[in-house]
Ligand binder design. Structure first.
Ligand SMILES: *[C@@H]1O[C@H](CO)[C@@H](O)[C@H](O)[C@H]1NC(C)=O
Ligand SMILES: *[C@@H]1O[C@H](CO)[C@@H](O)[C@H](O)[C@H]1NC(C)=O
Ligand SMILES: *[C@@H]1O[C@H](CO)[C@@H](O)[C@H](O)[C@H]1NC(C)=O
Ligand SMILES: CC(=O)N[C@H]1CO[C@H](CO)[C@@H](O)[C@@H]1O
Length: 470
């Protein structure tokens, strides 16, 4: 009940509630993130058809792809587009460039496509390699906002997406606080902008990652919205009771915003979801959990009056699930390529009604989850994974990369070494990938190599050639 703690905020909260209720209908259906990092995905036109048959209410894309925006023209789907990370700094420096960006990317499709959000950059404040561009973020947003107004466009809100690592503290939720390196310099101006323009704080929030990084202390049921009085969490600071991890994470953002004096800025969930598969050493990434998370999420969001969160009861939030497809070209651990509601062949990974109205009992049975406990056996990383069109040049480059990292990574596959034979590129790749991964997995090294590598529980050692393992 943060809203009513201070009389100064009460009016704003009332307006927020009223405004939220008035807009409630339009946010009721879940939106879907339509990412395109796959080499095997259906066309834009077919994809929009799939979004409609999934009964999505909105779609978010990661750029302003003309083919997708053309396919969205005339549909009921609300649309969120993005200014890429490489582009926004120039828009901060020059107002006419911001207007030119709109003219080239938004105007040809507006208002035929119902573009409602213009997101400037994707998780920019998590990428320290572009730190020098951080101060440009809000000025770029402001220039785009001005350019929209100058063209009398009033129904497109400008924002930016931020990951949960913009917080330095998120537990207990009432202790939520932004990182010192961004709080005053970027976040405060961002919140001021969001408040002034009645926009949102767009957060990418993944209970999956929070649970998976400490499954022994966080309950899986709490992460999947099916906790009970034993898994509820009582925040000692506010005495609010949390029934699920998503609310807890959202309210840590609310607390952090309040500490900067902007406790009233509305939240939108730009990404959330649960992976339907992952690597052997990744816990809880399976169809059963993914279906449970997304069905329960949809059901919660369909409730009227809106549930909001404990700190913001009744608040209505736009929410976008990640993602439409499993995307086979996303780098990183296996989960990254398995967030889809659909396989690339357009088959549903599991049934989910995004309007949240379908009763649980009407869904068919799900495959039982088999990896809800940490994998205890040994794991190796070998050549495999069935990447289409892999060629000798690519494999050679991957071996060279793996062997170039660490100490003595590839000694065993030098001529005369115990793993030199068989002297085939794939056998050498297996040794090199595994040797690299065993050295670097603790520090974030992944068993991926552009799709050339895969984890296995089968020891690839042979004769005197021993593959290291965990
Ligand atoms: C802004 O960009 C426009 C268009 O490229 C250019 O003509 C103008 O000189 C730029 N202004 C500044 C101040 O850089
Ligand atoms: C679609 O792809 C999935 C995953 O690869 C597979 O299990 C399924 O059988 C495929 N469906 C069709 C109709 O090809
Ligand atoms: C090998 O694969 C790489 C990466 O997919 C590609 O860029 C390259 O053109 C291919 N080379 C040949 C000879 O096919
Ligand atoms: C916390 C804060 O800055 N709230 C302001 C948000 O904007 C409204 C006007 O739209 C102000 O009344 C609030 O004070």
């Amino acid at each position: 009940m943060l809203c009513f703690y201070s009389p100064r905020n009460a009016l704003f909260c009332f307006l927020l509630f009223f405004f939220g209720t008035a807009q409630g209908g339009s946010f009721a259906k879940l939106g879907v993130n339509y990412g395109t990092l796959g080499d095997d995905l259906p066309s834009a036109a077919r994809s929009i058809g799939f979004l409609q048959s999934l009964r999505a209410g909105a779609v978010k894309i990661y750029d302003a792809n003309p083919a997708i925006l053309r396919a969205l023209a005339g549909t009921r789907l609300r649309v969120s587009i993005m200014v890429p990370n490489q582009v926004f700094p120039s828009l901060a420096a020059n107002r006419s460039l911001a207007d030119a960006w709109l003219a080239a990317n938004l105007l040809p499709f507006y208002p035929q496509a119902r573009i409602r959000f213009l997101l400037v950059g994707n998780e920019v404040l998590s990428d320290y390699s572009v730190k020098s561009s951080w101060p440009s973020l809000v000025p770029a947003m402001a220039n785009l906002h001005r350019a929209l107004r100058a063209r009398s466009i009033r129904d497109v809100k400008v924002g930016t997406t931020l990951a949960m690592d913009s917080l330095k503290t998120s537990f207990p939720p009432s202790a939520g606080e932004f990182r010192d390196d961004i709080a005053g310099t970027v976040i405060r101006p961002l919140l001021r902008f969001a408040n002034r323009t009645r926009s949102f704080y767009f957060v990418d929030v993944y209970p999956y990652f929070a649970w998976a990084s400490s499954p022994s202390t966080v309950s899986l049921d709490y992460a999947l919205f099916r906790g009970n009085s034993a898994t509820n969490y009582l925040d000692p600071g506010t005495h609010l009771t949390y029934t699920n991890l998503l609310d807890q994470m959202l309210d840590s953002v609310v607390a952090a915003m309040a500490k900067l004096g902007f406790g009233g800025v509305r939240l939108a969930i730009a990404e959330t979801g649960w992976p339907n598969a992952g690597d052997l050493d990744q816990i809880g990434a399976n169809i059963y959990n993914a279906a449970t998370y997304n069905r329960n999420l949809a059901r919660r969001l369909s409730k009227r009056p809106a549930l909001g969160t404990p700190a913001r009861p009744g608040a209505v939030m736009p929410v976008f699930v990640f993602a439409l497809y499993n995307e086979n070209q996303k780098p990183g651990p296996g989960t990254e390529r398995h967030w889809g509601l659909l396989y690339p062949n357009a088959t549903r990974v599991y049934e989910v009604d995004l309007t949240g109205r379908r009763p649980d009992a009407s869904y068919g049975p799900l495959p039982a989850p088999e990896n809800n406990e940490p994998y205890k056996g040994k794991i190796w990383c070998v050549f495999g994974g069935g990447k289409k069109g892999a060629n000798a040049t690519e494999v050679g480059a991957a071996i060279a990369y793996a062997c170039g990292q660490g100490k003595g990574t590839c000694d065993a596959i030098q001529p005369g070494g115990p793993c030199y034979r068989p002297a085939s590129p794939t056998a050498h790749a297996s040794y090199a990938f595994n040797s690299y991964w065993q050295q670097f997995r603790r520090s974030g090294g992944t068993c991926y190599f552009n799709g050339l590598a895969v984890q296995t529980a089968q020891d690839p050692s042979h004769g005197s050639c021993k593959y290291p393992s965990n």
